[in-house]
Design a protein around this ligand. Structure first.
Ligand code: COS
Length: 384
């Protein structure tokens, strides 16, 4: 995309966030649902296809461009970007990165247009951080595989038209090597979705269990048409997803700093604006510093990604720092607002709950720490 066209897209998204999404935040919080007309507008803007190449009907943004769009969308409630987020990230990237040409041609245009939504089904009741220990089985029967098992906390599962499902095709091979990634249409007999989970925050986003009970899936639906590569596909998808999350975190941080500054500039105590007090200034300064540092990391890692570098350790460092910093920034934003910060009426209370998930999903902070450290220690020859 040339620079002018991208600038136009970014401006359009910024206007959409300011004029349509931010004013609808309270409604989403109340109704726990993103209004259908807003989802239609997102489809028209091409948001479902941000990362999907133009040949498959998407906008084909680079990672550096995508993070700038995610930054804008980070400035509002998580529910909005969650609607199309899986199509941009974990729900499409497995097919895009490792899929066959037929798989790409069949599914990507429908994901890019938003005709269908997608979900990434890795986590299970007994397999979270230990992603290589999935127990869902996929047993070969002629031209099909028979899937049995349960997936947990699956984002967008109630809306999904297809799932990328990590299942064990080789029960005799424990760990990562026995896992394959399948494209499973939501209408596959034997696939059911559970009740929508009740969460701490992020109202309007939808997660639930997905159950496979003798679900027959064609062998041709294995991503890349080769069994045993699913774990690596999942790791590649998550590496990219973590950059996207870091960028969203930066957008959220930006909004929280802005809310803090606006409040500190008008709220008076002791006869003067609280922003004149150095202890309040200290909180604002710390938040801006961390927000800026996180954004510099996100831009750097996105640029390196676009140059073809696959630096899982620094991706993890970026997600780790951006989301942990965001937690501190949200906490300070509530503090700057004082009693008002605890009230629903002021938006920082909602952010405070919403941001908590970013330190957990697509790999906890502790998993990011292990990825960072192991990538360095392995280079030094240590077997970890
Ligand atoms: N890209 C490509 N390949 C990767 C990779 C990456 N980022 N990370 C690991 N691999 C490969 C390794 O090279 C290794 O391949 P070989 O066996 O051929 O050498 C294989 O995958 C297994 O790697 P490793 O031994 O490092 O895997 P572990 O079981 O130790 O797991 C962690 C590594 C913990 C990093 C992984 O399980 C993980 O990311 N867990 C968190 C999962 C998560 O984010 N869940 C959130 C829910 S999904 S929204």
């Amino acid at each position: 995309m040339d620079a002018d066209t991208f600038q136009m897209l970014r401006d359009t998204v910024r206007r959409f966030v300011n004029e349509r999404l931010i004013p609808a935040e309270d409604r989403v919080e109340e109704e726990d649902e993103v209004p259908a007309e807003i989802v239609d507008e997102m489809r028209e803007m091409g948001l479902f296809g941000l990362s999907i190449p133009e040949e498959f009907g998407g906008l084909g943004l680079t990672m550096s461009e995508e993070i700038r769009i995610m930054f804008e969308l980070g400035r509002t409630a998580s529910a909005f970007r969650s609607v199309f987020g899986t199509n941009v990230g974990i729900g499409s990237q497995g097919i895009l990165i490792d899929g066959t040409e037929e798989q790409k041609a069949h599914w990507l245009p429908r994901l890019a247009s938003g005709e269908i939504s997608s979900s990434f089904a890795l986590t299970e009741p007994e397999a979270g951080s230990d992603a290589g220990s999935v127990r869902t089985t996929a047993i070969r029967e002629g031209d099909n595989y028979r899937l049995n098992g349960t997936k947990r906390y699956i984002t967008n599962a109630p809306r999904a038209g297809i799932f990328t499902v990590m299942a064990r095709t080789d029960p005799d091979t424990p760990g990562a090597k026995g896992v394959s990634a399948f494209i499973v249409p939501a209408d596959t007999p034997g696939l059911t979705v559970g009740k929508v989970d009740k969460k701490m925050g992020q109202k309007g986003t939808k997660t639930c269990d997905v159950m496979f009970d003798d679900a027959l899936v064609p062998a041709a639906n294995i991503i890349g048409a080769e069994p045993g590569r699913g774990f690596k596909t999942a790791m590649k998808v998550l590496d990219r997803g973590r950059i996207n999350i870091a960028a969203s975190a930066c957008g959220m941080a930006d909004r929280l700093v802005e809310e803090s500054v606006t409040y500190a500039a008008q709220r008076k105590q002791f006869g003067q604006e609280i922003g004149t007090f150095q202890l309040v200034q200290g909180m604002i300064a710390d938040s801006r510093t961390e927000a800026y540092a996180a954004w510099c990391m996100a831009r750097d890692i996105a640029r390196r990604f676009d140059e073809g570098e696959r630096a899982a350790g620094d991706v993890a460092a970026t997600k780790y720092f951006a989301t942990e910093a965001l937690g501190r920034i949200a906490d300070r934003a509530v503090q700057v607002h004082g009693g008002a910060g605890y009230m629903r009426e002021y938006k920082v209370e909602r952010f405070y709950r919403d941001v908590r998930l970013l330190r957990i999903y697509e790999g906890t902070s502790q998993i990011q720490q292990t990825i960072i450290a192991k990538s360095l220690l392995r280079e030094a020859g240590l077997k970890v």
